[in-house]
Design a protein around this ligand. Structure first.
Ligand SMILES: Cc1cc2nc3c(=O)[nH]c(=O)nc-3n(C[C@H](O)[C@H](O)[C@H](O)COP(=O)(O)O)c2cc1C
Length: 363
């Protein structure tokens, strides 16, 4: 089958990479004569109108060698496909080091989303990983502009060719090596989805350069970043932050940092074996103590402890950062202080729609 009458592109994008790829593909769909809609996951309200002649494309960045929870949840909530066709595109961390272009690793991301779509009745026609410049600027500095331009220029024809093929009715499945490595790294991905992403969100803070403008909260795609404090508002990252880097990439005063020294303290505080310590000291009847010592109960309690201690520690950290000397200390002990920021060079903040805040009635 070729010649789709309609193409709906849904993308998640923190720093514009996936947005850019979605635009290349929408352009190809338009050229192929389809009526195209391009929407961010946060703004989209996909209609329940599947059927022949419709192509749904789901585009997402890779986080933790798989798809971010935000994209997985979107796929799970999509209306049933009713024989509509679908394709999945994962952008991943391309890099250029010592003049050589190196690929990222999308792992299980593409096929996980494709599997969800297939289970929903979509006929999956293709999966593609695309290397865009890595945006993980809480972890490494952004690449030099020349390297960024080179990676983007290399990605464009690949993404466009995929779109033309799928739109022309050809099946295009790639990323099998990535999938294989992703299966090996599955424990890392599961750990990332269950805990890592929450920890990453809790490394962010605003240094003394923050002027409380609130742009970060306004542009947050998951609408989870809030400004706290009336006189001297500062950004606060709640647990549903996806660590997409938009706030850090576009902050006008480069005030947003990911605290490495703070991360060490936080990981220590959330991983102390407090659960076993408490269980051993609670005056419980022997039968209870025995039942509670089952490995999965201990793991569950440890997980709850991790989330609760993370929120409490971060609240304390947030308060302490209001003391300029403490803020300075955490700032000079993280390299993100000097890191080059990254966002897709052709993408302005205004191009990236913010997340939808819940209305009072939805709360
Ligand atoms: C928290 C986080 C985790 C990431 N994990 C991976 C990964 O496991 N593999 C990979 O290739 N790229 C990874 N990346 C890089 C992004 O997937 C990649 O740069 C993507 O193109 C960003 O797209 P966006 O600007 O549309 O959000 C990660 C980025 C972030 C911020």
């Amino acid at each position: 089958m070729g010649g789709y009458a309609r193409a709906s592109l849904y993308y998640m994008s923190g720093t514009g990479n996936t947005f850019r790829v979605a635009n290349w593909m929408a352009d190809e769909a338009g050229r192929a004569g389809a009526t195209v809609t391009t929407e961010s996951l946060e703004q989209a309200h996909p209609p329940a109108d599947g059927g022949e002649g419709k192509l749904v494309m789901l585009l997402s960045p890779t986080h933790g060698f798989t798809a971010p929870w935000h994209a997985i949840r979107f796929a799970l909530r999509l209306p049933r496909g009713r024989d509509a066709h679908a394709a999945v595109v994962m952008t991943r961390a391309g890099s250029k080091i010592a003049g050589r272009r190196l690929p990222g690793l999308e792992g299980t991301g593409g096929y996980l989303l494709a599997g969800i779509l297939a289970a929903k009745g979509y006929r999956v026609r293709g999966v593609l990983p695309v290397d865009m410049p890595s945006n993980w600027i809480s972890f490494h500095p952004g690449f030099k502009p020349a390297s960024v331009d080179d990676i983007v220029a290399h990605a464009a024809p690949r993404a466009r060719a995929f779109a033309r093929d799928v739109l022309g009715g050809r099946k295009r499945f790639g990323g099998f090596i990535g999938l294989l490595l992703g299966l090996v790294l599955l424990p890392v991905s599961v750990g990332y989805l269950l805990a890592g992403r929450f920890l990453l969100a809790k490394f962010f803070f605003a240094n003394n350069r923050c002027n409380g403008c609130g742009q970060c909260a306004q542009c947050c795609p998951t609408a989870t970043l809030r400004m706290i404090g009336r006189k001297n508002p500062r950004p606060y990252w709640s647990l549903s932050c996806e660590g997409c880097m938009r706030c850090m990439a576009f902050c006008p005063t480069r005030a947003i940092e990911a605290g490495w020294s703070w991360a060490v303290l936080l990981v220590y505080a959330t991983h102390v074996p407090a659960v076993m310590f408490l269980l051993n000291r609670l005056p419980l009847p022997a039968a209870w103590a025995e039942a509670l010592s089952a490995w999965w109960i201990v793991a569950l309690l440890q997980y709850v402890y991790l989330l609760v201690s993370m929120v409490i520690c971060y609240g304390f950290f947030h308060l302490m950062l209001r003391i300029p000397a403490v803020n300075w200390l955490f700032t000079v002990t993280t390299p993100t202080h000097v890191y080059r920021r990254y966002h897709e060079p052709g993408t302005k903040l205004a191009d990236l729609p913010p997340g939808r805040r819940k209305t009072a009635s939805e709360d």
